[in-house]
Ligand binder design. Structure first.
Ligand SMILES: [Zn+2]
Ligand SMILES: [Zn+2]
Length: 284
C-alpha cells in the first residue's frame, strides 16, 4: 500500500517559461531530455527496450505533460522502473506525487536529502538579497515547504550504484543542497549533473527564456554552501565527462563541455559566486 503523500503547503504553479519549453531532445540514443518550462527531466534507457528510468520530476502541475513526453518516447502505457532525484527542490519534485500515483514506481535520493523529502525539514530559506536581479527577487515566491513522500522515497544504495540504471554510479555533489547527487556512467563519460552547475544563468530572466548555452555555477538563490558547491564542481571536472545534461539549460559535449568546466573551476569566484548575499558574506 502506498503511504500518504503531500506537497508542501505553499506548492503552487509558478509563472515560468523558456523557449525550450515542451521540447524533447535526444542527447544520446539512450538519454533524452524533456524541458518542462525552465527545468529538465531526463529519460535514461533505449526506446527499443521498455526499461527506462526518469531523473527528476519537474515543476508543479506538470504530470500530464511529463507522462505525454514519456509515452511519446517509450510508447503508450510506458512506465519507468524508478525515479531518481538529483535533489528535492520544488522544481525537481513538482509533479512527483501524481507520477508515483500513476506509475507506482520507486523513488530514490541521497540519504542526506531524505528529511527534505519526507516532510521533516524545510530547506534553508532561499536568499532574495543575493545579487542577480529578477529571478532572485521572484525566488521568494517559490515554494519552500517540504514535500512529504512518506516511505515512497528511499535512500540510494551505499555502494554507489543507481537502481535500474546499470553502468551508472551516483556521486555526492553537495553545495546546492546537502544531499545533491550527480549520476555518472564511466563507460562513455555520460554525466547527469542536476543543479551542481548549469548551462543557463538562472538570474537573468532573459537568459532563462532564451536558454543561452553557457556554463554557470549552481542556481544562486537556492545554493547555501558555496565552499561545498565549489568542491563539487571540481570533483565533476576531474572525471572529465564527455556528455553532460543539466537540471537547467542545454546539454554540452566534448570540447565545449571540458573547456567550459575548466573555465568554471578556474574562475569559480567570478562566474559562480554572488558578490554578496547572506550565504556568501560569511565566507568572504
Ligand atoms: Zn535546485
Ligand atoms: Zn533546479
Amino acid at each position: 500500500m502506498m503511504s500518504r503523500m503531500q506537497y508542501g503547503s505553499d506548492y503552487k504553479k509558478v509563472p515560468a517559461y523558456s523557449m525550450e519549453s515542451g521540447k524533447t531532445t535526444e542527447v544520446l540514443p539512450d538519454l533524452c531530455t524533456y524541458t518542462n518550462k525552465i527545468v529538465n527531466v531526463h529519460m535514461v534507457g533505449h526506446p527499443d527496450e521498455s526499461r527506462f528510468v526518469l531523473v527528476d520530476a519537474g515543476l508543479p502541475d506538470s504530470a500530464d505533460e511529463i507522462i505525454k513526453a514519456v509515452e511519446a518516447r517509450f510508447g503508450e502505457g510506458a512506465r519507468p522502473e524508478a525515479i531518481i532525484l538529483t535533489h528535492g527542490h520544488f522544481d525537481h519534485v513538482g509533479s512527483i506525487i501524481e507520477l508515483i500515483e500513476k506509475w507506482d514506481t520507486p523513488v530514490y535520493a541521497h540519504k542526506i536529502e531524505l528529511p527534505y523529502l519526507m516532510g521533516q525539514e524545510p530547506y534553508p530559506d532561499p536568499d532574495p538579497t543575493v545579487e542577480g536581479g529578477m529571478m532572485a527577487k521572484t525566488a521568494s515566491m517559490f515554494p519552500k515547504e517540504p514535500i512529504d513522500l512518506g516511505d515512497n522515497v528511499q535512500a540510494l544504495p551505499a555502494d554507489g550504484t543507481v537502481p535500474h540504471m546499470p553502468g551508472f554510479e551516483w556521486i555526492h555533489t553537495p553545495g546546492h543542497t546537502d544531499g545533491h547527487v550527480s549520476l555518472y556512467r564511466s563507460s562513455d563519460g555520460t554525466l547527469i549533473v542536476g543543479d551542481a552547475f548549469v548551462t543557463v544563468q538562472q538570474d537573468s530572466l532573459y537568459k532563462v527564456m532564451a536558454q543561452k548555452k553557457e556554463i554557470q555555477g549552481p542556481p544562486v538563490y537556492f545554493t547555501t554552501d558555496w565552499e561545498a558547491a565549489r568542491a563539487s564542481v571540481e570533483k565533476l571536472q576531474s572525471i572529465k565527462p564527455n556528455t553532460a545534461v543539466f537540471g537547467h539549460g542545454k546539454s554540452l559535449q566534448d570540447e565545449e563541455l571540458r573547456e567550459g568546466l575548466e573555465r568554471l573551476v578556474e574562475n569559480f569566484d567570478e562566474i559562480a559566486l554572488p558578490s554578496h548575499g547572506k550565504y556568501v558574506d560569511d565566507e568572504k
